[in-house]
Design a protein around this ligand. Structure first.
Ligand code: CAA
Ligand code: FAD
Length: 384
């Protein structure tokens, strides 16, 4: 298929990644997905397997133990994993496209040897800590401070909503060093768990992606070695925005997976469920829902692939990633709501999975920049 002059025919490598991710999702993630959602717990053994199969460091170069794959391979895998288990999808997305990518692009050789190699294999899990109680969409107004003490920075403050807050071993933490410079005074640090004064706070009891742990993290006089700062002094906000441009492609792929998963379950169900003497798929009202769902899923996929391809080609992808994230997440919410409707009462209980997918879809409109923030990003690019 050709779109905007780009060829979206998948190569044999891409198809192999798709098959491997789909097999893993069907055989390892599907059994137990309802229990993990209910218990709000991600299985450590599953995470280990994801690391072993290379799903946690897909784009990291082989030099640092990664898969050396392109962004398109990554979004293809994200879609397949998220079709079955969107909690696995977000853990994978944060580790791959925020933590590993950020370290590989902007870290020093020492930082990469020490952390990236382990993050790429899943031996370590990473977290990305930008949001604060008073700084979500308004990300420049960081209250967490990092005082320059020479050999180290003294970190004080609170981060909230941190994905893998408990599971992670290392956190990339944004903090303000020079408030008078506003966002240009923000730094980013690699902060290891276990440092004195670093406390993992409360776990959130969430609507969806319940198997992914989300925590508040507190820092009180945490001494972070100077060599753990990423980039030049004041690079922290640029670091956050640059990694989020790619991260948003990952979340768009997660949303695409949720939507595609709900569509596939609904298509199958519509051929099985009989009312008024025929399968519900023979009622035009249901056919129209299926048609619209399929069209939106396909449109979302094209936007996600386009953003991934632009990134792989080294072109500007800020607007494309925001568009992919906006459209795929709105699609996920709409398609999963229709999926529940197609299932009638059966859609409202857990057994048929669409109930969970509808709850999981909602977060994709909120994290890594809400839908409103994506519109703001798109508008700024349009009006440049
Ligand atoms: N790419 C690169 N640079 C960007 C950028 C982008 N997408 N967006 C902004 N910037 C740069 C600007 O160019 C500017 O740099 P200069 O000063 O050098 O020109 C700087 O950042 C400040 O930008 P603005 O003046 O536009 O700042 P603003 O305060 O008006 O708006 C914003 C910034 C776009 C709203 C930004 O704060 C934002 O993206 N907010 C959303 C935060 C977010 O996405 N959080 C996600 C947390 S992680 C997460 O959620 C993980 C998860 O769930 C799994
Ligand atoms: P607010 O910024 O308070 O927004 C409230 C409402 O106002 C929203 O509808 C928003 O779109 C709207 N709004 C705000 N400003 C504007 C504007 N200028 N124009 C128009 N509308 C606007 N953060 C991390 O750093 N790391 C993580 O790993 C992480 N994981 C998360 C996991 C979960 C489950 C959740 C719920 C959140 C996570 N987040 C994470 C935080 C997430 O990125 C923020 O919640 C999000 O960016 C929105 O910020 P907020 O919650 O403060 O909402």
């Amino acid at each position: 298929a050709q779109l905007f002059g780009m060829d979206f025919n998948l190569s044999e490598e891409h198809l192999a990644v798709q098959e491997a991710a789909s097999d893993f999702a069907q055989n390892h993630l599907l059994p137990g997905v309802l229990e993990r959602d209910n218990e709000q717990k991600f299985d450590k053994e599953l995470l280990r397997q994801m690391g072993e199969l290379g799903f946690l460091g897909m784009m990291v170069s082989p030099e640092y133990g990664g898969g050396g794959m392109d962004t398109l391979s990554y979004v293809i895998a994200m879609e397949e994993i998220s079709k079955i288990d969107a909690s696995a999808g977000v853990i994978m997305s944060v580790n791959n496209s925020l933590v590993c990518w950020g370290l590989e692009c902007f870290g020093t050789e020492e930082q990469k040897q020490k952390y990236l190699t382990k993050l790429a294999s899943g031996e370590m899990i990473g977290a990305f800590c930008l949001s604060e109680p008073e700084a979500g969409s308004d990300a420049t107004s960081q209250h967490t401070t990092a005082e320059d003490k020479g050999d180290y920075y003294l970190l004080n403050g609170t981060k909230n909503w941190i994905t893998s807050g408990e599971t992670s071993n290392v956190c990339l933490v944004m903090a303000q060093t020079n408030p008078e410079l506003k966002h240009k005074g923000i730094n980013v640090f690699i902060v290891e768990k276990g440092l004195d004064g670093f406390v993992v706070g409360k776990k959130e009891d969430k609507m969806g992606i319940r198997a992914s742990d989300t925590h508040t993290l507190m820092f009180t006089d945490v001494k972070v070695p100077r060599e753990n700062r990423i980039g030049e002094e004041g690079f922290g906000f640029k670091f956050a925005m640059s990694t989020l441009n790619g991260g948003r492609i990952g979340i768009a792929a997660q949303a695409l997976g949720i939507a595609a998963g709900a569509f596939e379950i609904s298509l199958k169900y519509s051929k099985e469920r009989q009312t008024f003497g025929k399968p519900i798929s023979e009622h035009q009202a249901i056919q129209f829902k299926l048609s619209e769902m399929a069209t939106k899923v396909e449109a979302a996929r094209l936007l996600v692939y386009k953003a991934a391809r632009l990134k792989d080609e080294g072109k500007d992808y800020i607007q494309a990633s925001a568009m992919a994230k906006l459209y795929a997440s709105e699609t996920a919410m709409w398609v999963t709501t229709e999926a529940v409707q197609i299932h009638g009462g059966y859609g409202y209980v857990k057994e048929y999975h669409v109930e969970r997918l509808m709850r999981d879809a909602k977060i994709t409109q909120i994290y890594e920049g809400t839908s409103e923030i994506q519109k703001l990003v798109i508008a700024r690019e349009l009006l440049k």
